[in-house]
Design a protein around this ligand. Structure first.
Ligand SMILES: [Zn+2]
Length: 228
């Protein structure tokens, strides 16, 4: 993950949409304000991975976006869930952060082809047992909206269920971490050759190309013009 200040110019072509359990956005909040959306990263194409990309412990601490319960509420509203009206407490924030760690460590075990961590799996499974966000059909607009009885527990259940769907699927084997060691973003490689390296070309791919180009030019200057 890179600091948010570097997030401008995200390539829409790389953001290919959600591939997992897609839940319908609340029609009343479907248009998220650009100022809110720009605070957060929604690049992975997967709800549970975008959830992870909000920060974390250890080397991910510098990327923390959830400093207050209000930050988490803002993320839920800006996320593809587009769920608003949830009151978040400090305890709720800690629960969300714990789920984030559980998904991160499970993803890391997947990437390393290791046995999935039991305690983290139990945490994901426990949260998924709660009822998730319930979609309702709005007769007036013929759109899908969330049931008014929404809660953080339901939102976390939705995220946990998306994580279970991902880790239990073939897509778990296509999950990658961005090749930029400073980035740490995860994504599911849906490319046909299966050789995608970057979270997105604009964020990390083009930056690496420029670095390689500059290095090659510098080497060319150092060795002088080549005889033909
Ligand atoms: Zn990256």
């Amino acid at each position: 993950m890179l600091p948010n200040a570097t997030l401008t110019g995200v390539d829409p072509a790389e953001n290919t949409g959600y591939t997992g359990v897609m839940t319908p956005p609340d029609a009343s909040t479907a248009a998220r304000p650009a100022s809110v959306a720009a605070r957060f990263l929604f690049l992975s194409g997967r709800l549970c991975l975008d959830f992870v990309h909000t920060g974390g412990a250890a080397e991910r601490r510098v990327f923390e976006e959830w400093h207050t319960p209000g930050d988490l509420a803002d993320w839920l509203a800006a996320s593809p869930l587009r769920v608003t009206g949830i009151t978040v407490s400090t305890t709720d924030l800690r629960a969300a952060q714990a789920l984030r760690e559980a998904i991160w460590h499970t993803a890391q075990a997947c990437l390393r082809r290791e046995r999935l961590p039991t305690a983290q799996i139990e945490r994901i499974n426990r949260l998924a047992q709660a009822p998730d966000l319930a979609p309702q059909l709005d007769g007036a607009t013929q759109r899908s909206v969330w049931h008014p009885a929404r809660s953080l527990s339901a939102a976390l259940s939705t995220v946990a269920r998306d994580a279970i769907a991902l880790f239990a699927s073939e897509q778990a084997h296509s999950m990658r971490q961005c090749a930029n060691p400073q980035c740490l973003l995860l994504f599911v490689d849906a490319s046909r050759p299966g050789k995608r390296r970057w979270c997105s070309m604009d964020r990390c791919g083009n930056r690496a190309k420029v670095t390689t180009y500059r290095r090659q030019r510098a080497q060319g200057r150092a060795t002088g013009p080549q005889a033909e």
